[in-house]
Design a protein around this ligand. Structure first.
Ligand code: GDP
Length: 735
């Protein structure tokens, strides 16, 4: 472990030639965790301050006690190569269940990856899958062939046989690089062991060497065989002549591009804004004096510090005290503290500049994937990725702790989970006092429950999952009269489905309720073909994408009750007439109205029912339907399983959207209704002998098949304690 002054490390970080940002990828059990632990133990940076406090304890011991390698978003390593100091940031790249979005996001903040391969097992499906995704993101691979000890002790191979096997693994990796790398790197990134682009060793026994290092130090494979034959006592010698961290980090320093070199070719791949803009230029150059641009790849709750957003600064410099713009959240927040990583610990810094990994406090509205930028470029900044609508968490379970005394702990843990994973939504049902946990699918909920158990030691009981539907219409209605209970107020209202373009504009928040009405009208006219007059007369847009338009002229007292009518509209849209599920995608138009002159006769108790009655009668005569959530699956699988996968998808009312073929791997993009997804994980696993990996996300809302509609409506209504038949339009029309 290296003890350093924070100021010294900050100085190194200013010189990007001395910085590397890397990750580790491996097939499960090939040694990713053991390698990161070994590197942290042997090259972990520790500030002198912390070192002073922790002097009595062995460093690794503290780490294991606190499970820091599991918890830290980033650990920084220190390495000297040819007399020069380097800071190497090792970023956690999650695998398997978190595969898609989290893994790819982590890949976006690193420039190189150590691919770990078990010498006995060789290149396996996940090796190939992760390597492929890394290459697609232009992350440069280097290779560590691990568990050489097994070749000697278990397989009892001779030095020549060992070398033959290693050559084969390198060949396999190189052929994957030739297949999956971007054209310009297919040859340049081929791994040559003679150049030190491959390390052979044992992560568990903490030794390793590359070919040039072996030559320089006079180590041969026969020496290694000898060491293992002599037994445990000989190992320290090998660890001393061939320390693992030296071999690995030499390779990293030499062959992983520094942040500036990498940004020069990677920006165009990971960011889709205008490459001729000023911001693009400063990102391509990793210019510390440009406007700030940072990609947050990890958000965690620190019990002492609050919310810590960790990410890579691509341009400019992040400073404590500065106000910044959160592009996806669309708001500004002030940076309270800026930190850098020393080993797994955060230390304070005044500022962190482009090319580096920063930990920022104060951005508590930022979520993983957020793009943070200077206020100066807020209007023109294209984000690295748009966050999905987090309200589309469509599967819900109610949970409670097995041990009632752990209730407070559960609330706290659930809150933290939902911050670290924004698509998990936590709510309290005000009527029943239940805790509701919603996610994009059942697997998502399962993972959350596992995390509650593994990380927070909380055993919970969960109800079976319930799916949220939406209500909508498929035709336009005639104008209906909605009467208030006292019959003194009358509203003349029609409903119709919103078109896809309008829905998209609202969903992407290009159109919002509080924007300048003239700007809004212009966009609706030009991009969604709205009539100019209607476009100017929008009164309200609710969270579930319904629009209220006022087309009346000269109605007396209407202005006085405008807010009450809008509120009535919002309430009506929260629970539709079919099954009391939220309404989505409906345009409500007010054509005419009669409003009583006396305010005492036109309050909410009168106007809410009037609005609701007209809207519900309209909806029930406009081919009403339920929309069900459809999720997208992104599956990577060996080719031979495509038939099996396709069978499962079809059986579940789903369809294959796209099948891409490259090398031995296929990528299948498919959609299935969330309602059919409850056992998808097990089915995919057994249909592919456990070899497929996949990510899932919310895709869209789609009408349920007509043949299922009425049964489903009845089922939902019964669950809610309503009579199974939905109301008729007449039920909402006065005598
Ligand atoms: P991960 O799933 O890739 O993170 O793999 P781990 O680091 O958890 O390692 C999986 C198993 O392999 C563990 O039981 C390790 O102790 C073992 N292991 C890791 N490195 C070596 C090694 O160099 N030699 C041997 N024989 N076992 C190793």
């Amino acid at each position: 472990v290296k003890y350093k002054q924070t100021s010294e490390v900050l100085k190194i970080m200013k010189n990007l030639e001395q910085v590397r940002n890397i990750g580790i990828t491996a097939h499960v059990d090939h040694g990713k965790t053991t390698l990161s632990d070994s590197l942290l133990a042997m090259a972990g940076l520790l500030s002198e301050k912390i070192a002073g406090q922790a002097l009595a304890l062995d460093y690794l011991d503290i780490e294991q006690k606190r499970q820091m390698t599991v918890k830290a978003a980033n650990v920084s390593l220190y390495h000297e190569y040819r007399g020069k100091p380097y800071v190497i940031n090792l970023i956690d790249t999650p695998g398997h269940v978190d595969f898609q979005s989290k893994t790819i996001r982590a890949l976006r903040v690193i420039d190189g990856a150590i691919v770990v391969v078990d010498a006995v097992e060789g290149v396996m499906t996940q090796t190939e899958m992760y390597l492929r995704v890394a290459l697609e993101e232009m992350v440069r691979p280097v290779l560590f062939i691990n568990k050489i000890d097994r070749l000697i002790k278990e397989l009892k191979l001779s030095p020549t046989e060992i070398q033959q096997r290693l050559v084969q693994i390198i060949k396999d990796i190189n052929s994957l690089i030739a297949t999956y790398a971007d054209k310009e790197f297919r040859t340049a990134w081929q791994l040559d062991p003679a150049k030190g682009q491959v390390v052979f060793g044992s992560a568990r026994d903490r030794w390793g060497f590359s070919v040039p290092m072996a030559q320089q130090k006079g180590i041969k494979f026969s020496d290694v065989v000898d060491v293992y034959q002599r037994g445990k006592d000989a190992l320290p010698e090998l660890q001393k002549v061939a320390p693992l961290h030296e071999a690995i980090l030499d390779m990293v320093v030499k062959y992983v591009p520094n942040p500036r070199e990498a940004q020069a070719y990677r920006i165009r791949k990971i960011w889709h804004g205008d490459l001729n803009s000023e911001v693009a230029k400063t990102m391509l150059e990793a210019d510390p004096n440009g406007p700030l641009v940072m990609l947050v790849n990890d958000v965690r709750v620190d019990p002492h510090a609050g919310l810590v957003a960790t990410g890579r600064v691509y341009s400019g410099t992040v400073r404590a005290g500065e106000e910044l713009w959160l592009v996806n959240a669309r708001l500004k927040q002030r940076v309270l503290q800026v930190g850098l990583y020393m080993g797994p610990y955060r230390e304070l810094a005044d500022e962190i500049s482009a090319g580096n990994i920063a930990a920022v406090l104060g951005l508590d509205k930022a979520r993983s994937g957020e793009t943070v930028c200077s206020l100066a470029v807020r209007d023109s900044m294209t984000p690295f990725e748009r966050l999905r609508m987090i309200t589309e968490s469509v599967v819900t379970v109610a949970i409670e702790p097995k041990d009632p005394s752990q209730l407070t702990k559960l609330i706290d843990a659930m809150h933290k989970l939902s911050i670290e994973d924004p698509s998990l939504v936590v709510k309290i049902n005000e009527e029943t006092g239940e805790f509701l946990l919603s996610g994009v699918g059942t697997l998502h909920i399962e993972i959350a429950l596992t995390l509650l158990k593994d990380f927070y030691g909380l055993e919970v009981v969960a109800t079976p999952p319930v799916i949220v539907y939406r209500e909508s219409v498929r035709a336009g209605s005639r104008v209906f009269e909605g009467k208030s209970p006292n019959k003194h107020n009358k509203l003349y209202i029609s409903v119709s489905p919103l078109d896809e373009n309008t829905i998209r504009l609202i969903q992407d928040r290009i159109i919002t309720e509080d924007m300048d009405p003239r700007d809004r009208a212009k966009i609706l006219r030009e991009q969604a073909g709205w009539d100019a007059d209607e476009a100017r007369r929008i009164w309200a847009i609710d969270d579930n994408i319904n629009v209220f338009v006022d087309m009346t002229t000269g109605v007396q007292y209407l202005r006085d009750v405008k807010d009450t009518i809008i509120q009535g509209f919002r309430l009506a849209m929260r629970e539709g007439p079919l099954a009391m599920e939220p309404v989505r995608g409906v345009k409500v138009v007010l054509h005419d109205a009669v409003i009583h002159e006396d305010p005492a006769h036109r309050g909410p108790a009168q106007l809410f029912p009037a609005v609701r009655n007209a809207i519900y009668a309209g909806m029930l005569t406009s081919r009403p339907t339920l929309l069900e959530p459809i999720m997208k699956l992104d599956i990577r699988t060996p080719m031979e399983f495509i038939g099996n996968i396709s069978t499962i998808i079809t059986k579940k009312r789903g369809k294959l959207i796209e099948v891409q073929q490259q090398g031995n791997l296929s990528r299948v993009i498919a959609e299935i209704p969330v309602a059919e997804s409850f056992t998808i994980a097990e089915e995919l696993r057994s249909a592919t002998a456990g070899k497929a990996i996949w990510g899932q996300e919310f895709s869209r809302w789609a009408p349920v098949p007509d043949s299922m509609l009425m049964d489903l409506v009845a089922k939902i209504r019964e669950r809610k304690g309503l009579k199974p038949e939905p109301p008729r339009p007449e039920d909402f029309l006065g005598p």
